[in-house]
Design a protein around this ligand. Sequence first.
Ligand code: TYM
Length: 378
Amino acid sequence: MTDEPKKNMEVTPWKVSGDIDYDKLMVQFGVQSMNDEIADKLAKHAGFKHLQLRRGVYLSHRDTDWWIKEYEKGNKVGLYTGRGPSGHVHLGHLLPWFFCKYLQDAFDADLYFQMTDDEKFLHRDDLTLEAAVALTYENALDVIACGLDPEKTHIFSDADHIQHLYKLGLKVAKRTTFSTVRAVFGFKNSDNIGAIWHPALQMMVCFLQSEREGKNIPCLIPAAIDQDPYWRITRDIAEKMGYYKPAQIHAKFLPGLAEGGKMSASQPDTAIFTTDPPKEAGKKVMRAYTGGRDTVEEQRKLGGRPEVCNVYAYYYFLFEDDDQRLVEREVSCKSGEILCGHCKTDLAVRIEVFLTDFQEKREAAREVLDQFIIKPVE
Ligand code: TYM
């Protein structure tokens, strides 16, 4: 890594680009650093420490310690996360969803899963409302394939299930001024008024379980840090509305296959989608950016640079569960013993195996999709 300033970092709920400087983001967003005590407590309740906790994938949080304490007092706790269905799901999206599965099992928590098809329609010129809604149900298959519990998972489309959301959305909207959303999200006069309203719907889900069950239930939101602006403003109005402030746990971004930035659906050649034919995904991996040197001789002499290597990042974030083996890979890379082709070939095989299995689960999810869709309160 160099000490050069990071290149053009931009992190908003709609755009993540440049070299991400997480320390700077944490200060900018005013969040707390993740710590061992929280990771250990989550692990204690789960019975094991998730790879994402062992590897520091969760860099920061707000009130996650409080959420755990509420559970330890014997109180019910809940989870909330979501997806903006604008295309197929990629590996980066799966990170927080796998983590939700881990937390759902450990804390016996309901998960409210929002599909913001309205948001994607309102923000993109190339997506019809019908296409965005159809993608809700396609993307829901990926959510289900992560192994969530149908009894405790409530997936909903903003467009199709608005009857469960609108009243609470209105109450949140009434508390949220245009000047707040303009300051936080940078809305301009030329933006359509639907886009300006949408934050109220993403915010209100923080209170949805409490509202449906008629009592305050602490809500934790696992997501990458790009979604944080919504929760900052939700926390400001929560207590005035009689709810708890929502807690958050923020993930780092899984990088794309090219240098810099995160895995992003808008760059399909450098993202691995869950729907990619496994062999095609393997070929993408073979073209990935690595931390290798220009020539084999240099690499043998100087060693590779796992700290800037995206292929190494995939082992680190998802595809090498064994900590010891990960260290061995890092050491052999740095010593020049193994070359990039070796790591890429090995990763391509792992990704092909992963996708083959995931795609079977995804297809099986079609049969049970209805069980996961939000139901009216009894
Ligand atoms: P969306 O569809 O952009 O992203 C869905 C989830 O994936 C996370 N994410 C990533 N995580 C790791 N590495 C990456 N490369 C990566 N790219 C995306 C996002 O942080 C998010 O958690 N407006 C939202 C949908 C939404 C939502 C929510 C998300 C509604 N309510 C509550 C999180 C929590 C959206 O468009 O997400």
